[in-house]
Design a protein around this ligand. Structure first.
Ligand code: MD6
Ligand code: FE
Length: 216
């Protein structure tokens, strides 16, 4: 399987970063998009809010899996087992997403969350770490669909230098090992660069293990 390893000499905290450009062909991208649409039909997208300020995030979200990622003003970032608005359990992670996990995660246990990030027009995501999971030995596997985005990747401190690269539809990114806690974000989405999603925009899927497997 083709992959590009990070330049460890540039930033050793990024060991465990793997980018697979164009891993998913058009047919697989369409099956992932269909699966996303199926999840959204039972688990409608919502706008999470920043802890403390209550500011609404520009990216709309939903989830599949046992756990869904959520945030509101009072309780902040966390995983919840029910949709915040419908109070229903999240739908199961669809097979096309599971297949990507098993092909690249290099981890023995199933993911427990597929966070769906929906970007329209001017949506972006500030620099953050993914640290709400109890299991840090599992990577986060990220799938990009639709319009190109400018992704920024830094080190494990907010001040570490960052570099930026484009993520295109069908690209898969893995943050594991030391890169599991690297700061990252989306500076902007380049509208009109893909025809995959009706009406345009970008969808990012991140597959996560949330709990530590029993017996470890
Ligand atoms: C995005 N991605 O691509 C946002 N997190 O829209 C993430 O926040 C992310 O790409 C953890 C690992 C890989 C990612
Ligand atoms: Fe993230």
């Amino acid at each position: 399987m083709p992959h590009v390893d990070s330049h460890a000499s540039l930033n050793t905290s990024q060991t465990g970063f793997r980018l697979f450009p164009g891993l998913l062909d058009a047919a697989r991208q369409r099956s992932l998009l269909e699966a996303v649409q199926g999840v959204l039909a039972t688990a409608p997208a919502y706008h999470a809010r920043m802890p403390k300020t209550g500011q609404r995030m520009s990216v709309a979200m939903s989830n599949a899996g046992r756990y869904g990622w959520y945030s509101d003003k009072d309780q902040g970032y966390r995983y919840i087992e029910r949709h915040p608005e419908t109070d229903r359990a999240w739908p199961a992670i669809p097979d096309p997403m599971m297949a990507v996990w098993w092909s690249v995660a290099d981890y023995d246990h199933a993911p427990e969350c597929c966070l769906i990030n929906l970007y329209r027009e001017t949506a972006k995501m500030g620099l953050h770490q993914d640290r709400d999971e109890a299991e840090m030995a599992a990577p986060v596997v990220s799938i990009s669909l639709g319009d190109d985005a400018l992704f920024r990747l830094g080190g494990t401190t907010r001040k570490a230098p960052t570099r930026s690269f484009k993520l295109a539809s069908g690209d898969v990114l893995v943050l594991g090992g030391a890169a599991r806690l690297a700061y990252h974000g989306i500076d902007r989405v380049m509208g009109g660069t893909s025809r995959l999603i009706p009406g345009g925009g970008r969808i990012n899927l991140t597959l996560r293990r949330v709990t530590r497997p029993i017996g470890r």
